[in-house]
Design a protein around this ligand. Sequence first.
Ligand code: 6PG
Length: 240
Amino acid sequence: MTLPGNRPLPDNRGTRWHVLPDAHSLATAVSERILEAARTAISGHGVFRIVLAGGATPAAVYRQLAASASDWSRWQVFFGDERCLPADHPQRNSVMASECWLGRVALPAANVHVINAEAGAGAAAQAYAAVIEQARPFDLVLLGMGEDGHTASLFPGQTHAAGELVHAVHAAPKPPPDRVSLGLAALNDAAGVLVLVSGAGKHAALQRWKRGEDLPVARLHGQAGVDVYIDNAAATGEVT
Ligand code: 6PG
């Protein structure tokens, strides 16, 4: 079911499912959506506050943003989660985002708020909570989803203090075990929430989400619902 302009009709939880033919068109649709949100926020209140996703899926989006034009000086960039690895480690979400995009455009370094996860999950979470308290609400939050239905570093079966803005995560099932993650209280304090889901491996978790299973990703709602961008492989489970 779609609305005018081919926008999907939200389901009863305010989640809008956008299916794109492949990973490239997914990246294009998401980067266009981000640039549009930036224009609206900057013209509306002079600044665009965005939270970035980690993992591999957003890299194609970040590369497209690196080739785009925007008033980068008005962007304030935060991270949804980080891996407790050295600051320059290639597996760091901050390093991936910098190499694909942030280090390639005129976005002031002072506007990029990295999680100092090299300091250890506890200390880094505490320090970042003060940053997030100051920054929220966000204009846009980007997130990925794991094959178990985790998002950011909020994993099934792990519990955290309700209302805590930033969590220290230990024994994460996805390496590395120590991580820092924004909590639902922070991730949902956003005008827009986009979840990027690519690849046949994500199909089962998507089905569980749609069936209403209480997965971490299913607890996202934002201020105005959630937009899930899915490629056809994830939507069908067919390896292309
Ligand atoms: C991380 C991510 C994590 C990621 C999902 C999907 O640091 O690992 O923040 O939540 O978004 O695991 O990862 P892929 O995009 O690589 O499939």
